[in-house]
Design a protein around this ligand. Structure first.
Ligand code: AMP
Length: 196
């Protein structure tokens, strides 16, 4: 199963990916997590990405495509994966298509979590509160200013991907405003996965 989850920041892509991982045993490839790890480790990619990410802007296609190309070569990605936060631009989607064609692989599904933008700020505030309650460090880009920039990046650079996948007859859309369990159930239904 090779799956892409699309949706704005705060739509629930990470939460739902974790549940799909648990159920299907395929890895979640979250470019945001990989980039945060690179920043924390102080690698050359991390140094390039750090300030861009803190502002809420997108890291260059070249960097992100390189990371994903390496990651899907790992043995655990052979039987499938969920892409969370990638692709985020049309050139990234085109690069992914080429990568998969090169491996004689295809995508099984592209699912967009549709959410009401006004609810997103509230969700991010909740994510910050939950993270603090767990005693974990809060993401640098989970502040109102960076979040606004992330939403603009989504609208301008990522939203056009819906059309990209509609044209390929691949896009499925589900209402991401529902309770978490209901969204999970809907996703499993779309993927024809029996609930546990
Ligand atoms: P996320 O955890 O998916 O919200 O990503 C956090 C940040 O990492 C984004 O705001 C971007 O700065 C960067 N990032 C993650 N994935 C991508 C991507 N596919 N293309 C460009 N930048 C990305």
């Amino acid at each position: 199963m090779r799956l892409i989850l699309l949706g704005p920041p705060g739509a629930g892509k990470g939460t739902q990916s974790a549940r799909i991982v648990e159920r299907l045993g395929i890895p979640q490839l979250a470019t945001g997590d990989m980039l945060r790890a690179a920043v924390a480790a102080g690698t050359s990619i991390g140094l390039k990405a750090k300030d861009v990410m803190a502002r809420g802007e997108l890291v260059s296609d070249e960097i992100v495509v390189g990371i994903v190309a390496d990651r899907i070569e790992e043995p655990d990605a052979r039987s499938g994966f969920i892409l969370d936060g990638f692709p985020r631009t049309v050139p990234q989607a085109e690069a992914l298509d080429l990568m998969l064609i090169g491996k004689a692989m295809g995508l099984d599904a592209v699912i967009e979590l549709k959410v009401d933008e006004t609810a997103l700020l509230e969700r991010i505030a909740k994510r910050v509160a939950d993270t603090l309650a767990r005693g974990e460090p809060v993401r640098k880009d989970d502040n109102p200013e960076a979040f606004k920039t992330r939403l603009v990046a989504y609208r301008q650079q990522t939203a056009p991907l819906s059309d990209y996948y509609v044209r390929r007859g691949m896009l499925k859309v589900t209402d991401g405003m529902r309770p978490i369990d209901e969204v999970t159930e809907a996703l499993f239904g779309m993927l024809a996965v029996q609930p546990a």
